[in-house]
Design a protein around this ligand. Sequence first.
Ligand code: HEM
Length: 502
Amino acid sequence: MLPLQLSTVLPGFGAVLLLLVILRIRAYRRLAHIPGPVLARWTDLWLISAQSSGRCNYILADAMKKYGPIVRIGTDWVVVGDPAEVRKIWAVRSQWTRAPWYRGLRLDPYRDSTFSTQDEAFHEKLRAKLMPGYAGKDVDNLHALIDESVLDLVHLLETKYVSTDANYRPVELASKIQYFTLDVISNLAFGSKLGYVRDDADTYGYIKTTQQTVPFLMTTCLMPTVVAIIQSPKLKWLLPDAENMVGIGTVMKMARDAVDRRFGPKAEIRRDMLGSFVAHGLTQQEAYGECIAQIVAGSDTTATAIRSTLLFIMTSPHVYARFQTEIDQRVAAGQISSPITDAEAKNFPYLQAIIREGLRMYPPATGLLPKVSKKDEIVCGARIPAGTNVAWAPWAIMHSSEVFGQDAEIFRPERWIEASEDRKKLMDQVVMLDFASGSRWECLGKNVAMIELNKTYVELLRRFDFTLIDPTNPWSSFNAAFFIQKDYNVRVTPRKLSSKNT
Ligand code: HEM
């Protein structure tokens, strides 16, 4: 009996195997002319392994050094490290669109937000409703709310973490900075702070949950079939929701409650960001998604920008000294309020140079952000067949010596001051790719993020000195599209202030 069964099954099995081999060879040949690691030319395992390693940013940059400005990183994937080509693909009027990877960024498995949608028309409509609020129009107290959290952070350091010769009180700065960014965004998004800085704790477990889940979710983005399964109604219980009072579920519940208060017969009318979104026609269902998207998009990213720029300042003695001297001079000349206003900060060239140099050295959002074209295209001189995922390599782009000079590898804010106007414009266009500027997907929170950056460095360094506790191993930083950063231990000491420097 057995031999008969085998003889029936074997030809079928052989045919399936042959078909798989033919399909694999066809997939290989589609992009055979693009150089890349051998494994990546045949399977997606190379990319999956790079994404889950926590070092994808460096791995892609190394691949560019080895293979050139366009590299094959998967069966249907290439990555581009030439800023001019990325700008062309992302351009407002380009015909490229978001790739299926974005579906994995859905927070609500049944509904898209601006962040995840691949539907261009829906995306445009949503953005039109959100843009005035994000830009601060219709919002009375945007700057005051950010000031409030800046002062909360200062107060936390002053009261709990200032060390003296007699009293050593090290602080894990990565968490404190994220408490700050979470308080800012929650206050702006739904009108009440999570209160993380006040509590000096991850009270609702949001940070813990995102640190546990984001690496896995970002890897699944590379597997559309897995994403479809995870987001299927039968597995709804696996995903966070407003009823699930742990981590992100708690924050979803707060967002939902805040949104519910803005709709219905007794709707609360407020001149804040959510009020602006509602006034511009955002529906209740859309508002649930957008409020939570704000928190996810705006907290880790801005926290990474602040942490990494502070790290570069701390490890660059000439920058540290020059920055503090310039702060003191401006305070003495009455050019800086307390906290510094956005307008004063924009008028402070060395601060602006530091902000840009920090964003350049350590791009905070390093997701692959792949785009696809419906027709064959030429990218970096190579033919890219329709449907290929084209990702960007932020580390290669931001460290390009052609754009930033031969010492592009080092943190040197002076490059922004010395550059000619034309060069500065080019450098600025490239650095602002960090926010997808120049594209129709430009970060809606860029204005808010820049206000936070404009204030934080000055307010911290005018009051405190920061010393890394272990400069040989300053932090742990895991790259999962966003960065998971911890163990950033610092000694904070008070500066001797002149009477005006308060
Ligand atoms: C340094 C901080 C930040 C960086 C580097 C950053 C980066 C980005 C990038 C690269 C995108 C485009 C993603 C894509 O390809 O679709 C994006 C989109 C977005 N960001 Fe940010 N972001 C930052 C801060 C913020 C903040 C503070 C908020 C909220 C207040 C925010 C809200 C959003 C939203 C809503 C989108 C979706 C825009 C759209 O699809 O049209 N971001 N961000």
